[in-house]
Design a protein around this ligand. Structure first.
Ligand code: ADP
Ligand code: ZN
Ligand code: ZN
Length: 828
């Protein structure tokens, strides 16, 4: 017996695993595997490890070796959490590529990639899931202790629970409780996607018999005339459309809900709950099939042909040309070939509108993934992608991190959108570019779609790196809207402007209201007024943490900082000179909404910006109200530009185009064109031609002219000349380094040091240090160093390695104390 055990011991090998910790650390650590776990270790499984003095983390196994680490003694892994890897090897390679490319650490990518419920750590907060209705008596002692403790104290950290149970690791128990839906891990907003149900009615087939129907009428007319009206209205409606909702019937018959309910009770009408498209019922029916128009068919064939040679194709299709319909055909093909599809959209465009539209075609195969979902649902989606249950994923930028098995196609809709870029924290990645790499790893294709492509993508298409397909007509032949440019200066002189609304714009708004049509007004600034100014001494209140003036918000009655969230009371006298002559300068969406309400007291006005869409479902509620025509005029920031598709919006007003056009950035013209063309694209989408009014001081601005003429190419060629002569992308690669410190003088020296070191390597490719537009945020002063590299003859990888070396060397100096250095590759 003893002999046998010994022999067995001899044959045991000692394994080590390199793991990725969810931390911003430069290298990965190696841990030792206890013998009894030898058979269970796999790349991509989660393990519990100790890091630092006493902190516990979930880490991902990245490599398995027999080589102990050289410089330190490996600690043991404490636990393995998974029976099966939850991260694929392809994903780990993808993470490593991202960390390399965007100059950050594997751990930072892991943090962005995994839903928080999958990366328990000592500080992770646990709460009870109040919606759990199952049987708690089946819990074992330990589980019961945890649940009981959470009943008394609604929130506990994992450390708390470790102490409570007096055992080393509690993560496996918590993982089980989470899977049983008993606890929540780091509670976030809960905005689960809920399909909207509507009650539809059909006439009991008995009454298809004319005789029976006549008899029914006879009875109803005498005893319940309202119910008779309702049945008549039903028959009338059923001649025009295939599905009749209860709401419609109530409206059409004027009979009231109680009469309809009686008909349902008597089984004269049969009610059925159906999941409906929120925004498209009227003109598309419920389970509609569609044919591509000849133009769309041509574009589709073109895309497919180009996919034979190219991995990426750009679909340049004007607004409302039906790009989505082309996507649907491509998705069908990919699914038929047994592969997965990722459909990326900007966060804000991920409304039930598009989700329902796609569910109609792909049913239960489609998963949705974005930041407004809670963690439980994100984990659910993660598992279903891993097990290949979801064939199509509709998601915002973070969906590139899902554990795809076999990705055949990625669609990046509105590929020009800035929101594909993550600004903070690292990884500062662009999901469009990451998607191209990801598809490549899977041997899949990428379709980029936009009415106003980014110059990078258009450049790649024109130089034949990508394929190019075009859609130049709106679906159904609807004309692009008529665009009128109105001079604010002139109307001010003639005194025909009322508050911020020119007479030209008011005329169109009134006309739309008379025709029971809807209006969208765009003002790219939220709040009421961005600046409060003392008329006597010119004092303006500034944020105490940032170098920005505070914006007045009428709703809260306070001054807000849009960078750090700081708020203070609005002063009634000037804090500097005591004068009471304080004036609000500039205007945001709140003020537009307010003043419009005074001019048009009967109009129903709503506002859509960051402030009105913060709470759960609020965005969806605004969109539903717009669809149901409970809103006449919607005032909003750039949010209104994204993918809204409403039949009755006929007038779009741009309150002031100037701030956008004058923004000091080399992309200002590209951005302004995109914004103006996209907002305009919301007008007259189905049938009716729309009208756009652009208010500006600069009526002759070249970009406005290009928007009017729908001349994207002219914009592109003129701008590219400038980009070329000033060494900007797409001709050059740009890397930005932000250096931050709480003391401006120390920062000055640090930035100067780094710039000098970088110049030693790259000469005049280094620009700066410069002070950015906003020189202090959250008490950190900021300096930027810009690096520009020509595309030919320079190895990006070498460049990045050198920059890393310079930063690492800097961080070993005394001077670097307290500094933060943030590289941003391909900054926006
Ligand atoms: P885009 O994404 O190019 O702006 P959409 O795909 O949203 O355009 O299409 C605009 C409108 O036209 C939508 O309401 C869509 O349902 C409709 N549409 C486009 N193509 C077709 C088609 N082939 N059959 C039916 N409706 C279509
Ligand atoms: Zn003053
Ligand atoms: Zn601030």
């Amino acid at each position: 017996m003893l002999e046998f055990a010994d022999a067995n011991y001899q044959s045991r090998k000692t394994y080590f695993v390199e793991v990725i910790l969810p931390l911003a650390i430069a290298k990965n650590y190696t841990y030792r595997v206890p013998f009894e776990m030898n058979n269970a270790i796999r790349v991509g499984k989660r393990v519990v490890v100790q890091f630092g003095k006493s902190r516990m983390y979930t880490a991902i196994i990245d490599k398995i070796t027999e080589q102990p680490p050289e410089k330190y003694e490996a600690k043991y892994i404490l636990d393995i959490l998974d029976d099966r890897p939850i991260v694929t090897e392809t994903q780990i390679s993808f993470w490593k590529w991202m960390a390399e490319y965007y100059m950050c650490n594997d751990g930072e990518v892991m943090n962005a990639a995994l839903p928080s419920a999958l990366k328990l750590a000592s500080e992770t907060k646990i709460t009870l899931n109040r919606e759990f209705l199952g049987d708690k008596t089946e819990l074992n002692d330990r589980e019961f202790m945890i649940v009981e403790a959470l009943d008394l104290q609604p929130e506990l950290t994992i450390s708390d629970i470790t102490k409570l149970l007096g055992q080393k690791t509690v993560m496996p128990i918590l993982k089980l409780l989470f899977e049983k839906n008993i606890i929540n891990i780091s509670e976030e907003v809960d905005e689960r996607y809920k399909p909207r149900m509507r009650t539809f009615l059909t006439l009991n087939p008995v009454y298809h018999d004319q005789e029976q129907l006549r008899e029914l009428f006879g009875i109803l007319e005498k005893r319940a005339p309202k119910q008779a009206d309702a049945v008549l209205a039903y028959i009338k409606l059923s001649r025009q459309q295939k599905a009749i909702s209860k709401t419609e019937l109530i409206e059409e018959s004027g009979a009231g809900a109680s009469s309809i309910n009686s008909l349902i009770e008597k089984e004269i009408l049969i009610a059925q709950e159906k999941n409906v498209s929120r925004l498209h019922m009227e003109d598309e029916g419920i389970f509609d099939v569609f044919d591509l128009s000849p133009h769309q068919q041509e574009a589709l064939t073109n895309v497919k042909q180009q996919f034979e040679q190219k991995d990426v194709v750009l679909l340049h299709g004007i607004t409302s040309s039906g790009k989505t319909q082309v996507y649907i055909r491509l998705i069908e093909d990919a699914i038929a070939a047994g592969r997965q599809v990722l459909y990326l959209l900007p966060e804000i465009a991920l409304t039930t509108h598009i989700i329902e539209r796609l569910r109609q075609y792909f049913g239960a195969n489609i998963g949705v993934y974005h930041s407004r979902f809670n963690d439980n649902e994100r984990v659910e989606v993660w598992q279903k992608v891993l097990s290949n249950d979801y064939k199509v994923i509709l998601g915002a930028r973070s969906a590139v991190f899902l554990p795809f098995q076999d990705l055949g196609l990625i669609i990046v809709d509105e590929e020009h959108e800035v929101s594909y870029k993550q600004f903070d924290p690292a990884p500062r990645y662009n999901a469009r570019d990451a998607a191209i790499f990801l598809a490549n790893m899977h041997g899949g294709k990428v379709l980029l779609g936009s009415a106003t492509p980014s110059f990078e993508s258009y450049f790649n298409a024109r130089t034949h790196k990508y394929g190019l397909a075009e859609l130049t007509e709106r679906f159904g032949g609807t004309e692009l809207p008529v665009i009128e440019v109105v001079s604010i200066a002139e109307e001010t002189k003639k005194k025909t402007i009322q508050s911020h609304f020119t007479s030209a714009l008011m005329l169109d708004i009134n006309q739309a209201l008379d025709n029971k049509e809807q209006v969208i007004l765009f003002q790219n600034r939220r709040g009421y007024a961005p600046v409060l100014l003392c008329k006597v001494c010119a004092y303006t209140p500034k944020c105490i943490n940032c170098d920005v003036s505070l914006t007045y918000h009428k709703h809260s009655g306070k001054l807000h900082c849009h960078y750090c969230g700081y708020k203070e009371d609005t002063p009634s006298v000037c804090p500097a000179c005591g004068s009471t002559h304080l004036e609000y300068k500039g205007f945001g969406t709140e003020k537009i909404e307010d003043e419009l309400a005074m001019l048009l007291p009967d109009a129903r006005i709503a506002r859509m910006d960051l402030d009105t869409t913060r709470s759960r479902n609020s965005l969806q509620n605004i969109l539903n109200d717009l669809e149901e025509k409970k809103i006449d005029i919607l005032v909003g920031t750039q949010m209104v530009a994204k993918g809204l598709d409403f039949a009755d919006v006929t007038v779009i007003g741009i309150i002031n185009a100037d701030s956008m056009l004058k923004f000091p950035d080399y992309r200002a013209n590209e951005r302004s064109y995109q914004m103006l063309a996209q907002v305009s694209g919301r007008a007259g989408r189905r049938g009716k031609q729309g009208k756009v009014v652009i208010q500006t001081y600069d009526v002759k601005h070249r970009v406005i002219k290009q928007v009017i003429e729908n001349d994207y190419r002219d914009l592109y060629f003129t701008e590219m000349e400038e980009r070329k002569s000033f060494n900007y992308p797409p001709f050059y690669r740009v890397i930005n380094l932000d250096i931050k410190h709480k003391d401006p003088e120390v920062l000055y020296n640090q930035a100067a040091y780094l710039a000098t070191e970088l110049r030693k390597n790259f000469g005049d490719r280094v620009i700066g240090p410069e002070t950015p537009l906003i020189s202090r945020i959250r008490n950190y002063y900021i300096k930027s160093i810009l690096l520009k590299f020509e595309k030919d003859g320079v190895s990006v990888n070498k460049v990045k390695a050198t920059i890393r070396d310079v930063i690492t060397q800097f961080q070993t100096t005394k001077l670097s104390k307290g500094s933060i250095v943030q590289p941003d590759v391909d900054p926006y």
